[in-house]
Ligand binder design. Structure first.
Ligand SMILES: [Zn+2]
Length: 203
């Protein structure tokens, strides 16, 4: 209930809180609400994002997800600074994992979306952003962290099967293109299988 301040208080991570990954650095976003009652989390959505587009390493993704993006800092920021958005997780170019929203809460990452005939994917999805751009290869460190994080998520949320891991572009076709053609799905799925104890990844 209440405004952003009370959301921050409600979402304050505690040691042992089941919706927070212990290996992630925590930066709390207020851009979440409750999932619908009784819903199973059964979709993992992979995104790509960079701010400004094509530039990596700045503080701007954190700022956007925490509603403190300076609209004057770059021309691209002015129309997006007022958005209220956040994924649950972000993987930086160096493989660092950041968590903004409790996995059991509904983060606002997918927007208008549909998977398997079900709309409003945010209701039942976890969102992971990769810092990147559609046409720029993602880094080896990002694939590794993504595979390890995905393994952990699939343990915590068994309804997310490997077939239920999709790109944002697949659930919002015509509107979103991320993570883009640069994202190597085969490489990711091999690494995930290896993390899950399957055959070693060939590379
Ligand atoms: Zn996206």
């Amino acid at each position: 209930m209440g405004g952003p301040e009370s959301r921050l208080a409600e979402s304050s991570p505690r040691d042992g809180s089941p919706g927070w990954l212990p290996q992630a650095r925590r930066l709390i976003s207020p851009n979440w609400d409750e999932r619908p009652p009784g819903i199973a989390v059964d979709l993992l959505v992979i995104h790509g994002v960079s701010l400004p587009p094509g530039e990596f390493g700045g503080p701007w993704i954190d700022a956007l997800f925490q509603n403190r993006l300076d609209p004057e800092a770059h021309p691209y920021f002015r129309p997006i600074a007022g958005l209220r958005v956040s994924s649950h997780l972000l993987i930086r170019r160096d493989g660092e994992l950041i968590q903004y929203v409790d996995l059991h809460k509904r983060a606002w990452h997918a927007g208008v979306s549909s998977f398997g005939g079900r709309e409003r994917c945010n209701d039942y999805a976890i969102g992971i952003e990769l810092e990147g751009a559609d046409e720029v290869p993602y880094t080896a460190a990002q694939y590794q962290t993504l595979a390890e994080t995905s393994r952990d998520l699939l343990v915590r949320f068994p309804a997310i099967t490997p077939e239920r891991i999709v790109g944002h572009s697949a659930i919002a076709p015509g509107r979103k293109t991320d993570p883009g053609p640069a994202f190597d799905w085969d490489r990711y799925r091999r690494l995930l299988a290896a993390c899950q104890g399957g055959a070693p990844a060939p590379g």
